[in-house]
Design a protein around this ligand. Structure first.
Ligand code: G3P
Length: 218
């Protein structure tokens, strides 16, 4: 499963990219708004440190303007992935862009039916939002299971399932168990994956015992 980081915070991206764990980045207008930086410049900087897909979202709601915005964004770097909303105009934009070889991430997917539309529109990625469904008391991971199993029925569906709105390490584990292609999580959640109290206490004991030997490997 590929790991994307869901943030527009350049320093966080740079730091996580240095671990070798980051396969791509997803941003959205809300995340970009927190940065107080020129959006196009920001995407350009992110693309310099991450070679995998970097999602940059259009902000228009009509096809013509989405295409114009996408054209500006895709010229920033070869790994820019255009993010479009799951609307009729968004999917029309998706079809036009992917047929020209541009990667597209269809976002704000909340049903399996919407995911079928995204696949039929030739999306590179579809982003179902698990956390926001969980917030409503709906099982977000059930949607991932449904989409993954539906896509497996059709060789013509090439769209990768990108699990978004990830809120916990358990979401990541569940996404991997189901066989989702990609997950995108905030830096904090990716860092939480490393943690276990027994790892920390075990390490402390090893360090104390080693100190008693008075030896040094170097
Ligand atoms: O990038 C879209 C998605 O991951 C947003 O997550 O936590 O705002 O629902 P969240």
């Amino acid at each position: 499963m590929k790991f994307f980081v869901d943030t527009a915070d350049f320093n966080e991206i740079k730091d996580l990219a240095s671990t070798g764990m980051v396969d791509g980045v997803t941003t959205n207008p809300s995340l970009a708004a927190k940065q107080g930086m020129d959006f196009k410049e920001l995407i350009g900087e992110i693309c310099k440190v991450v070679s995998g897909p970097v999602s940059a979202e259009v902000t228009a709601s009509d096809y013509e303007t989405m295409m114009k915005e996408a054209d500006v964004l895709r010229k920033i770097a070869r790994n820019v992935t255009i993010k479009v909303p799951l609307t009729p105009d968004g999917l029309k934009t998706c079809r036009a862009l992917t047929s020209e070889g541009t990667m597209v991430n269809v976002t704000l997917c909340f049903t399996a039916g919407q995911a079928i539309l995204a696949a039929k529109a030739g999306a590179t990625f579809v982003s179902p939002f698990v956390g926001r469904l969980d917030d409503l008391g709906v099982n977000g991971m059930q949607l991932i299971e449904d989409i993954v199993s539906i896509y497996q029925n059709y060789d013509s569906f090439k769209t990768q399932v990108l699990v978004a709105s990830v809120r916990s390490p358990q979401h990541i584990v569940d996404a991997a168990r189901i066989g989702a292609d990609v997950m995108t999580a905030p830096p904090k959640v990716i860092r939480q994956l490393y943690n276990h109290p027994l790892t920390a206490s075990g390490l402390k004991t090893f360090a104390e015992d080693w100190a008693k030997t008075g030896q040094s490997i170097l």
